[in-house]
Design a protein around this ligand. Sequence first.
Ligand code: ZN
Length: 375
Amino acid sequence: MWQDQRPRLIRLSHMTTSESVLARMPKTELHLHLEGTVRPETLWDLADRAGVPLPAETPQALRAKYVFDSFTQFLELWLAMHSSFVDATAYERMVDDYIADARRQNVRYAEVHFTPYNHERLGKFGARPALEVVTERLQRAESAGGPAVRLIFDIVSALLPASGEYTASLVEQLANPILVAVGLGGPEVDYPRTSAAPYFERVRRAGYPVVAHAGETGPAEHVRQAVVDLKARRVQHGVHAVDDAAILRLLAEHGIACDVALTSNLLLTEFRDLKSHPIRQLLQAGVPVTLSTDDPAFFNTDLTREYELARDEVGLSMEQLWDINLNGLRFGLAELPLRRRLLQQFLAEGAELGLTTVPDSPSAAGQPRTFEGAP
Ligand SMILES: [Zn+2]
């Protein structure tokens, strides 16, 4: 599937002035899974160290398996990856690779989803030691020039109630210095978002905001559930909100951002063409949008490429793209002084690159309210 699409996408990657601006501009990313950043070459090394069998004879053959054409194949790789996390070194490698990728793309602020429950049940190192390593490594990278990365712990929809109980207990007991929210991940079809409500209630009582995957492969109703029943501050994907005008209004009026991932949607949803991708309808309805890669290693993409697709295939203007990028700071959940400082840096660097914001953008207009606190 991906191989069929790739030539079409590459054809559009001719070098233009705005392309180099997209590569150089300071960036934000609010929706990617740390486990989804593990490249095939890294998985090969980790599995080799751990003695975990892989469904491939060589690193090249493993890379060829990173073609997202069946969920079964994806699951096979996902399980092998978690089994390969056997010690601190494996987690350090994952974080260091991610940081290198983020720096290469000039990502300055990111919120990274991480699923402790999967590391507890599938990994051999345990979730708590893993979190200590991941947190220390990310903090060290921030001190050494960035990016500033914050964590979102995901509850797995398909593994409720156990994943909810585990994750809620974890955040009640820990005080992780870079944890900014708890999220809901895992499959969406047949898994109503409301199933996580009791655990999200506990998480909010522990002081953390919540976010949720919704409206990706599931209906607009799931977006409503995420916002109304779970009280999600942002929605990952949310693209099916466009099927219900009332839910679009709900998102716009409450300033709930949708963290959109174009390539991910092309590969995993019914949207086969970015020209008809709902991101335009979200923007037209005044819904704040951010742009992300979701699982960049598995979808063979990076953030610069996602911005190129938004420009070349969706047809968004550079002003719209820059505004979407700044939304990562406006709607991010890290401490306000950090986001304000980064916003000032972004505006100064953006001006040097000739980037300006959309004066009448609904999301820009919503900025002060969002910066004041919870919608
Ligand atoms: Zn995701």
